[in-house]
Design a protein around this ligand. Structure first.
Ligand SMILES: Cc1cc2nc3c(=O)[nH]c(=O)nc-3n(C[C@H](O)[C@H](O)[C@H](O)COP(=O)(O)OP(=O)(O)OC[C@H]3O[C@@H](n4cnc5c(N)ncnc54)[C@H](O)[C@@H]3O)c2cc1C
Length: 508
């Protein structure tokens, strides 16, 4: 919506009683002639954009304010090594993007988004030169897991065909009235367990054990900790149910498609606007914050009731990441051929090595042999690099706020499973946790999920509440991955926060 129209709406509203209590900021100084919107969203990550789109779908005037020069937050792509090489700075692989109940209802293809499915979602090379592989089919995956075939099939067969139903249950606050209680209960029975407990009780051989350990390690939790199994189950189900796709041209295309859709619905986006203080906010009936609790506390400062501030201060952040983007002269020379067909490769070795690496991180130590998550976008998307050249995306977990340089350890791990890898490197770009936070203020201490995803914070995210998106201020909402269902590019935090605002403020 153009400024002039928004201004008219503001003027009309300012005459009505409704407008007297807009975004809870009646308590602050306000300039009556300031422009006003129905809703302002601070931050243009996938959740901020999802919230904006949902509100604009209801024909509300919406403004998104983004601190950085480009939109997208955790879904931005840039040329950071050599000209012609496009790198995803944060997210690269998007099972949750394709499997999101909200995104899948949006016409994002019309706005330029095209998903590419790699031949195999995932490979996990093993020390003996073979690799465990997650294929799209549960049966094909199970068949390659020897004695563990039946156990694997039992674990994944039902859920993988019912991802849509399960997604609606688990991609929302834990405290809710379920539509599919039996499905949710049978998921919860295994999901609540520790990954190591599930691995030891279900699988007897290395390939299945290592494959599941790698999936569960996405949780950033020690594998001995409760609910770490849930992350492994969800990512495995997604691999079978929807695939682990990547967007043609880079993750930025997800943000660009959402931004284009938003504009087509009349929404506005302004970049280069960092909100540091509540007084800088434009007038709006609802304001949604795609930021994490510590940033939100800084923005509102002493204006908040002490009790709510204390509750929010208890929110805990998780470990960070050390990231390397490579420009390569050739594909990675994997010893196990299956790795060259996979969009994602988990590099660490046996399941015990994965478990040890994650337990080191949780105890504040940089692991000697890190669990390295690798994506190989250019093998499946020729737009990412010049002809016959390649990009590689790699990161490992490190303690919160660590600035230890992990590049040598990451490369030694890759060389273990791909001898000659270093000879292919044309250029590399490294980011420690401080660099990550400079790139995006939401990556506090390098935490990529907007807060630890342990059992307590899966239930109380960011505080224990039936509606965790509402804050203590009327008309003010949190919509980032620090709210349920947490990290990942699915937009569901933004969607649910927008639904709350629609009910509370706009009576829809
Ligand atoms: C290295 C890395 C790898 C990842 N890999 C994957 C993956 O493969 N698949 C996946 O699904 N997810 C992945 N993720 C996680 C995913 O990127 C995040 O979970 C997701 O982006 C969170 O979305 P969000 O909208 O909550 O916040 P963000 O995407 O972090 O966006 C927040 C936005 O708010 C802006 N902002 C912050 N403060 C202010 C302010 N004061 N004023 C104005 N604007 C502000 C920021 O600049 C940013 O644009 C990865 C993340 C990282 C860092």
């Amino acid at each position: 919506m153009p400024f002039s129209r928004a201004f008219k709406i503001a003027e009309e509203r300012s005459r009505t009683k409704n407008f007297v209590t807009p975004n809870g900021l009646a308590i602050f100084k306000r300039v009556p002639s300031q422009l006003s919107y129905d809703a302002v969203i601070v931050g243009s990550g996938p959740n901020g954009l999802a919230a904006a789109v949902r509100l604009a779908q209801e024909k509300l005037s919406v403004l998104v304010l983004e601190a950085e020069k480009t939109i997208g937050g955790g879904v931005r792509s840039m040329e950071i090594t050599l000209p012609g090489f496009t790198h995803d700075i944060c997210s690269a692989i998007h099972p949750l993007g394709l499997g999101s109940p909200f995104f899948s209802r949006l016409p994002l293809e019309k706005h330029g988004l095209r998903w590419i499915q790699p031949d195999l979602p995932l490979a996990h090379p093993l020390p003996d030169g073979t690799a465990a592989v997650l294929s799209r089919s549960v049966d094909d995956t199970a068949a390659a897991l020897g004695k563990d075939a039946n156990a694997y099939r039992r674990l994944f067969a039902t859920f993988s065909t019912r991802w849509d139903d399960l997604a609606r249950e688990i991609l929302q606050p834990v405290i809710h009235w379920p539509r599919h209680p039996w499905l949710l209960t049978s998921f919860g029975i295994n999901g609540i367990r520790s990954a190591s407990g599930l691995i030891k009780s279900q699988f007897s051989e290395e390939p299945a054990r290592a494959l599941f350990a790698g999936l569960a390690a996405h949780s950033f939790l020690p594998l001995e900790q409760k609910v770490s199994a849930a992350f492994g189950l969800v990512l495995g189900m997604l691999g079978h149910g929807v695939g682990w796709p990547l967007p043609k041209g880079g993750s930025q295309r997800i943000a660009d498609a959402l931004g284009s859709l938003l504009r087509s619905l009349g929404g506005e986006i302004k970049t280069g606007v960092r909100i540091a203080n509540a007084e800088e906010l434009p007038l709006a009936r609802a304001t949604l914050f795609d930021v994490t609790p510590c940033q939100w506390l800084r923005i509102f400062g002493d204006r908040l009731p002490v009790s709510y501030r204390r509750r929010l201060q208890k929110f805990r952040y998780g470990p960070g990441v050390f990231k390397i983007d490579y420009a390569l002269s050739a594909p990675v020379p994997w010893r196990a051929a299956a790795c060259a067909r996979a969009g994602t490769v988990h590099v660490c070795g046996t399941w015990e090595e994965v478990a040890f690496s994650e337990s080191e991180v949780s105890q504040g130590r940089a692991p000697e042999r890190p669990f390295v998550l690798i994506a190989q976008p250019s093998l499946f998307d020729s737009t990412r690099a010049p002809t016959s050249k390649h990009t590689l995306w790699a990161y490992c977990h490190v303690p919160h706020g660590s600035t230890f340089d992990m590049s040598e350890r990451i490369e030694t791990q890759i060389e273990r499973f791909a001898p000659g890898f270093r000879d292919c490197v044309l250029a590399r770009h490294c980011m420690n946790t401080a660099h990550m936070e400079q790139h995006n203020a939401n990556l506090v201490g390098g935490d990529i999920n907007g807060g630890l995803g342990d059992l307590r914070q899966l239930v109380a995210r960011p505080v224990l509440s039936r509606n965790p998106y509402r804050t203590c201020l009327p008309g003010i909402y949190l919509c980032s991955s620090s709210t349920p269902p947490g990290g990942g590019v699915h937009g569901m935090c933004g969607f649910h926060a927008a639904q709350s605002a629609l009910r509370d403020v706009f009576r829809r």
